[in-house]
Design a protein around this ligand. Structure first.
Ligand code: HEC
Ligand code: HEC
Ligand code: HEC
Length: 157
């Protein structure tokens, strides 16, 4: 018996799965291992399948379309926005509420007025297809619109 095989059998003995000398054990051990692998791998395949289905957030809005190609960017680089827009929104809120300062300088040096309604949503006016579609996919339901009431009523969520 190889060293490797001995190690595996010993560790199986520790778990109580493997009881040497009984004919049916082998099948059970193999079945156990197969079940374990399938269960352990499930989240991976499940996520991979979902990730493949996700479409790119749609950027086709009147305001974004009108931006010159070179300025067709967000306030921070795309990847950073994708991962951290919620953090940025919290910072924006704190800056307005605590400091009364509504000026924000984007990564390109462009100045923005801090406003969820008038800045983010002016460019991303396709709330349902942009914000909402991604949140539904990632199972997020930010509750902002009860207070930020300028949201057009056709926006869901
Ligand atoms: C309980 C009510 C309430 C809820 C819920 C709420 N906000 Fe606000 N928010 C406010 C108020 C009040 C201000 C201050 C408004 C001002 O001074 O212009 C504010 C300001 C802000 C600002 C900065 C100013 C502006 O006009 O954008 C941001 C950004 C913001 N909130 C983001 C959010 C986000 C994102 C959510 C959802 C996760 C959210 N808020 C949920 C009440 C709320
Ligand atoms: C001047 C118009 C403009 C403003 C203002 C703006 N965005 Fe963007 N946003 C864009 C563009 C254009 C992109 C795509 C950037 C790229 O492709 O490099 C983008 C990308 C994003 C992405 C990433 C999308 C993806 O494909 O993963 C998120 C999330 C986002 N914006 C949220 C916000 C939020 C939240 C705000 C307000 C804090 C905001 N944006 C303000 C134009 C804007
Ligand atoms: C590329 C996908 C994507 C897009 C596009 C997107 N979001 Fe998100 N959003 C997320 C994910 C994922 C989270 C949860 C992140 C986490 O929990 O760490 C989130 C969380 C948030 C939160 C915090 C929610 C909470 O309860 O803490 C707010 C607020 C938010 N998004 C607002 C927006 C707005 C406004 C837009 C459109 C301008 C937008 N998002 C577009 C993926 C996206």
């Amino acid at each position: 018996m190889s060293e490797e095989k001995k190690k595996v059998i010993n560790s199986l003995k520790d778990t109580g799965f493997y009881k040497p000398g009984k004919i049916y054990d082998r099948g059970k051990v193999i079945a156990g291992i197969v079940v374990f692998i399938v269960v352990a791998a499930f989240p991976f395949f499940y996520t991979a399948g979902k990730a493949a289905k996700m479409h790119e957030p749609k950027l086709d809005t009147p305001v974004i379309r009108q931006l010159p190609e070179a300025e067709r960017v967000c306030v921070l680089p795309k990847q950073e926005m994708r991962e951290n827009h919620m953090v940025l929104l919290n910072e924006w809120r704190d800056q307005v509420v605590r400091e009364g300062n509504r000026e924000y300088t984007g990564y390109t040096g462009k100045k923005y007025t801090i406003s969820l309604q008038n800045t983010c949503m002016e460019c991303h006016s396709n709330y349902d297809e942009f914000c909402n579609e991604c949140h539904q996919y990632t199972v997020q339901t930010p509750v902002c619109w009860g207070c930020h009431i300028q949201k057009p009523k056709e926006w869901a969520g």
